[in-house]
Design a binder for this molecule. Structure first.
Ligand SMILES: [Zn+2]
Length: 567
């Protein structure tokens, strides 16, 4: 949705800006002094407006009122108008070409601000076409309901059926019904992909996928190598786990394992683990105050968040947004969380996750220029959030937090570890499919995409394509159309969470039992993250930050060590 909004906003304001920019001025000087002046005027516009945008967005998510959403959108439009300005972009280009900006922090700001302007320099007609197509696709996804045996089913109904039914005919019908949306949107998506590619080429990139990665400072080849590395590390382990899953599901559905088809795996895309281990964590949270637990935990690791909690909106209300997020309101310490806590393990995970984001924001370095005072990359803040979120299902953490006894922790240790491992392995194989499919699709949108999709699903997820299937099943995944070329970041966040985990357990805490650490009551954990991750912000490209913090560039090996076993 963010993408669509940004394009819409850019489209509306580019017109005004283009008209205003017709009268061009002669080339301006490009010294560091000149750039500092440019920065001053940029910050004077962007800083106060960004804060208003964040506050309005937070307010709208609480109230759900139309007028609040309208105000939030209007402000976002004003903000985007700034980076769509072609005159300012021409100046940024000149600063880059002039080669006189040498001071590291100035140079870094120039790179980042340049990139944020670059992606908005698309002619208005093209932007409008992109927005129209995206909106059209989004509406089709929003209004689509699968028809199963004459009954209308929502996505939740489908997932519920896939998880709970053992009726082979119903499972097949539900799965196939859910894929019908692919047919409705495939042609539109293909057009959108080609238009995105055309826009990217105009801006000097090989295709849209290349552009999205490069603007996020991700070297496409390096990211692909990382996915190859992870594939190599997880292939055998996943294959063994898949046999366990198949054995369980075959027994459950009373079928020989060879007859298992994608609809037997309890999820439309097999992106989440089937429930094959018996452990019910909700039991331990049902009469607990999860907010107090979070407060105590973060205080204990030296990242106090009582002020964040006080500003947050944590409980359900009519009209309120039902998911959760953390918002960095002003990059000056005002971070807040919005969610709707109920006492169960899902929300324990979510609270630890969101407050992890908040801590990253709150403990930034206020000496840094505003532009650099943000997470090194979207996936680096996800990594911190995932690292803490995972503790909600860690018996060691629950025991250290006095939520369960040591005996109980020992009793559930094995099924908890198995469940988390299964969840991570299943997700990582699915993320391989998404990453490779998107890359392939933007490289060649005219290939047989239906076939390409199933080649990847069979190779990485080890699922069997239903006999003779030739449908645009790839188009049924909403991210392909509306959140393009972003999915791989979810997996990068998981890899980095594991890399941070091992670094802290081994190097910061010097723990003997590395696998079972909860970091409870260890302020050196917070000190490490503040100094090595939070304060550096965007001062360095993300991989340099990771290398300085952990001694290694981002690698898949700790994720594999945590969830595959072995070295
Ligand atoms: Zn998150």
């Amino acid at each position: 949705m963010q993408n669509k909004l940004i394009l819409l906003i850019s489209a509306i304001f580019l017109l005004a800006v283009i008209i205003a920019a017709v009268a061009k001025k002669p080339a301006a000087p490009c010294t560091e002094n000149d750039f500092q002046k440019f920065l001053n005027s940029y910050e004077a516009q962007v800083i106060p407006l960004s804060k208003e945008v964040a506050l309005a967005g937070f307010q709208a998510s609480i109230s759900g009122k139309d007028e609040d959403f309208k105000r939030s959108t209007d402000l976002q439009i004003q903000l985007n108008r700034i980076t769509a300005d072609p005159t300012a972009f021409a100046r940024l280009k000149a600063f880059k070409a002039g080669g006189k900006i040498k001071e590291p922090l100035l140079r870094r700001q120039l790179e980042l601000i340049y990139n944020s302007y670059l992606e908005n320099q698309i002619p208005i007609v093209q932007l409008e076409a992109l927005v129209t197509l995206q909106t059209q696709i989004e509406q089709k996804f929003n209004t689509f309901r699968a028809q199963i045996d004459g009954k209308t089913m929502t996505d939740n109904d489908i997932e519920q059926t896939l998880r709970t039914s053992c009726d082979p005919r119903l499972l097949e019908a539900a799965w196939k019904g859910s894929k019908e949306v692919g047919r409705l949107v495939a042609a539109d998506i293909l057009q959108l992909v080609k238009r995105r590619n055309a826009a990217a080429r105009q801006l000097g990139f090989a295709n849209f996928w290349q552009m999205q990665l490069q603007l996020g400072e991700q070297d496409p080849q390096a990211i692909e190598s990382l996915f190859d590395e992870l594939d190599g590390l997880t292939r055998e382990g996943f294959s063994a786990l898949k046999k366990t899953i198949d054995g369980f599901l075959a027994a459950r559905c009373a079928l020989p394992a060879e007859q298992l088809r994608p609809w037997h795996y309890q999820n439309r895309f097999f992106q989440e683990a089937p429930a094959i281990y018996a452990v019910d964590l909700d039991l331990y949270y049902k009469d607990k105050d999860l907010v107090k637990i979070s407060d105590d935990f973060f205080k204990g690791i030296g990242l106090p968040i009582a002020d964040v909690i006080a500003r947050s909106d944590l409980y359900g209300k009519p009209g309120k947004y039902q998911h959760a997020f953390s918002s960095d309101i002003d990059r000056s310490g005002d971070a807040r969380v919005l969610c709707s806590v109920t006492p169960d393990s899902y929300w324990m995970n979510t609270l630890l996750h969101e407050f992890g984001h908040s801590a990253y924001s709150k403990f930034n370095d206020r000496q840094l220029p505003w532009t650099l005072r943000d997470a090194a990359h979207a996936f680096t803040t996800e990594a911190i959030a995932n690292l803490f979120g995972r503790f909600a299902s860690s018996p060691a953490w629950m025991c250290d937090m006095s939520l369960i006894t040591a005996a109980e922790a020992e009793r559930i240790a094995a099924p908890c570890r198995d469940a988390l491992r299964l969840q991570q392995m299943v997700f990582s194989r699915w993320a391989q499919v998404m990453f490779r499919f998107e890359k392939s699709m933007y490289e060649n949108p005219d290939q047989d995409l239906n076939r390409r999709w199933w080649e990847l699903v069979e190779k990485y997820q080890l699922l069997k394509m239903p006999e003779g299937r030739n449908e645009p099943d790839w188009a049924a995944k909403i991210h392909i159309a509306l959140y393009p070329c972003y999915y791989h970041n979810y997996l990068l966040g998981e890899l980095l969470a594991s890399q941070f985990y091992y670094h802290v357990a081994e190097k910061v805490l010097g723990a003997a039992d590395v696998q079972a650490q909860g970091f409870v009551g260890r302020p050196e954990v917070g000190r490490f993250f503040v100094a090595a991750v939070f304060k550096p912000g965007m001062r360095w490209p993300w991989n340099e930050m990771i290398e300085r913090a952990t001694g290694e560039k981002l690698t898949a090996k700790y994720y594999a060590r945590q969830f595959v076993g072995g070295k």
